[in-house]
Design a protein around this ligand. Structure first.
Ligand SMILES: [Zn+2]
Length: 70
């Protein structure tokens, strides 16, 4: 796994490692979902089956999980 940062995950209710988007498919989904061209500053909770998405300084309520494209 690449770089991760600890952020508070509202779904997990704890600080968990978050990763940047990893694939073009994830980036495309982020662009469509958040209507942004630049999506490298979104973070995804790495806890299995969580995948909660957050922006560095913003959490989403209700939580928005990244779909599992694998
Ligand atoms: Zn989480």
């Amino acid at each position: 796994m690449g770089n991760t940062k600890p952020y508070y995950c509202t779904t997990c209710g704890a600080y968990e490692p978050h990763r940047a988007p990893e694939t073009e498919r994830e980036r495309e989904w982020l662009r469509h979902t958040f209507h942004k061209r630049y999506v490298e500053d979104y973070w995804i909770c790495t806890v299995p089956d969580c995948r909660n998405v957050r922006y560095a300084r913003k959490v989403y309520d209700p939580p928005i999980p990244m779909p599992d494209f694998d």
